[in-house]
Every structure is written in C-alpha cells, then in structure tokens.
Design a protein around this ligand. Structure first.
Ligand SMILES: NCC(=O)CCC(=O)O
Length: 332
C-alpha cells in the first residue's frame, strides 16, 4: 500500500474505533454462518451420540442422528456438512473395498441427509484411510504408498459418493493426478454438477491427532504420511499444487491445517482468486477448547476471532468443528 496517512492529529486511527457502531461501519470482513462447512463423524447403530474425548463437544453420531443434526445446522444457516466415517475395524482391509461400497456409512449418511434436508450441500471425503488396515490414504505395497493404483480406487470411491447424492467431493488423499481422474470419471458418469473441493495444500501436520482418534485411525496407521502430504516448511509448492488441481478441474481448493497456514491461504487467494477454503483441524479445535475449559482463554471469543481471521486471510469459507457453536454465537 503506497498511500500515506495524514500526520497526527489530522489522522487519529482511534476515531474509527470509538464505538461498536463506528467499528462495525469500517469493518473490512464479516463472518456469517454461510461461511461454514461442518465436519461431522458418523458411526454405526441407531440413536447413538458418542463423545470424542480428545475433541470436547464433538460426538460420533449414528446415521439417524446425523440427519437430525444436519436439519438443525441448516436451520442455523450452515449451508454444508462434511462426512467422516468411523469404520468398524473389521471392515478395514488391505484392498479398502468398503470405500466404494454403496452401503457404507458415508453413503448411507449422504442419502439420509439429502432425504431430510435436500437443500443442504453434502461434502464427502475421498481417501482410503478410514477403510485401510494400514491406516494410509493410499494402498501400501512393500512399505510404499503407491500412487496410480490408489487413484483408480479413489475414482471408484468418488463415483460411489456421487451416486449416493454427494454435492461436493473432497479428495484429501494427496495422490498426484486424482483431480483429473475424478473429474473425467464424474463427467463420464453423468455427474457433471458434482463439485470437487481439492485438499490441494494439505500438510503432514501434528494437528490431526484428535481426528485420528475420532475416526479410529490412530491405532491402524503405520509410519507417517510425509511421502504424500506436504512439508510444513514449503509455501511455493502449495501454489504449484493449487495451479495443478485447478487445471485438472477442481472447482474449489483447500488449505489444511488452517491457523498456522494463513500465509498460504492469502497467497492462494491472491494468486488464483478461486473459491478458497481452510480446514480448522481437530488439533486447532482441541487447543481452543482445552484452554477454554481450563479458564485460560475466553472460548467463544477465541473461536470467533480464529474464524474471522480466515476471512481476513482471504478464505471464502472454513471447515470447522465449531460450526454450530459459531452459528449460535453469531445469532443464528
Ligand atoms: N481428511 C480429513 C482430515 O484429515 C481432518 C483432520 C483434522 O481435523 O484433524
């Protein structure tokens, strides 16, 4: 910015901060429930809500209660929900076949939500980790996570999700070439309106720990995900990945985790101007909740501040476990 402010006292910046009325007039960004995508955990059974200990306030819900939660969230102005299945360990195999079972938890939950709240957008997760006995997002051969055979499986998984009624498919696997393969397959199967929200810049992060508890993947994972998820030291690479995924047919892109990566969000938005989302991941959620529960921070203020900062960094929206709480705090 080359513009120089007038010298003091002509310029007194505190004039614009003197009251809530004035502050609201000059506020540069706004946070609303329509900015939020709510990730939820689905489990088997009926009438079950089971707390996730490492994510205070978050539960795993059976499909019937997922539909009810979706109805309530949509009534609060939250436009989209994102499904993550807690898969029975007995269904986790090396061939990951449960991932494209039309009757798997994610597909059943999608159909239940679309039946209960047809106007709510349902987003699903494309990656093999919830179904893989090795806990990885791709197939493991001789200790290596193989790319191209995994992409073929991801396409089957994505198509089964689109067939179940998903509006937005979110490939979170970080294999190379999956966006183009999915886009081509969706077009070929008559799903040309199904959107791809690419987890384009997904980092190999320590902040995913509580999520792995929530989906029951902590025990299964052998090794780490550093050969496919990004090195937290890299920024330019994120731009190359976003360019690649937009070029292959992604409609929207994501940066993940969120709070430690706001510089990446800003660079992506400024460079491409595409719909840009951040994922405020489980570890970020858990840190705020744990500090609030200890009385160390004001939980509601910290939540709203963290979400507003995503907007300021250029994000069009945020995936956050706080979605319903934030919508309530925003007066929905
Ligand atoms: N594919 C989805 C995730 O890995 C979520 C991570 C988190 O919330 O920690």
């Amino acid at each position: 910015m080359s513009h120089q402010p007038a010298p003091f006292p002509a310029a007194r910046f505190r004039r614009a901060r003197q009251s809530e009325a004035i502050r609201s007039l000059v506020r540069e960004n706004a946070l609303c429930p329509s900015d939020l995508i709510w990730p939820i955990f689905v489990r088997d059974g009926e009438g079950i809500e089971e707390p996730v200990p490492s994510m205070p306030g978050v539960v795993r819900r059976s499909v019937d209660l997922v539909a009810q939660a979706a109805r309530e969230a949509f009534a609060m102005g939250i436009p989209a929900i994102c499904l993550f299945p807690y898969t029975d360990p007995a269904l986790k195999t090396a061939d990951c076949a449960e991932a494209w079972n039309p009757e798997n938890l994610s597909n059943r939950a999608t159909r239940a939500i679309k039946a209960a709240v047809p106007d709510m957008a349902v987003m699903t997760d494309v990656a093999l980790d919830p179904y893989n006995s090795d806990g990885h997002d791709g197939f493991v051969e001789n200790g290596e996570i193989v790319n191209d055979r995994t992409v073929e499986a991801l396409v089957k998984q994505g198509l089964s999700q689109a067939d179940a009624g998903a509006d937005i498919i979110g490939p979170s696997d970080m294999m190379d070439g999956r966006i183009g393969a999915l886009r081509q397959a969706l077009e070929g199967a008559g799903h040309s309106n199904v959107m791809l929200l690419s987890y384009a810049a997904k980092y190999a992060s320590a902040f995913y720990g509580p999520f792995r508890d929530a989906v029951g993947a902590s025990g299964a994972l052998k090794g780490d995900k550093k050969t496919y998820q990004m090195d937290p030291a890299n920024g330019d690479e994120a731009l190359r990945l976003v360019a690649r995924d937009l070029g292959e047919g992604a409609d929207m892109v994501m940066v993940k985790p969120g709070m430690p990566y706001l510089d990446i969000c800003r660079r992506v938005k400024t460079e491409f101007g595409a719909p840009t989302f951040a994922y405020q991941v489980s570890g970020e959620y858990a840190m705020i909740q744990a500090a609030a529960q200890n009385g160390w921070i004001d939980g509601e203020r910290a939540m709203l501040e963290s979400l507003m900062c995503f907007k300021r960094a250029g994000c069009d929206g945020v995936l956050t476990y706080f979605a319903p709480e934030a919508a309530r705090a925003l007066g929905a």
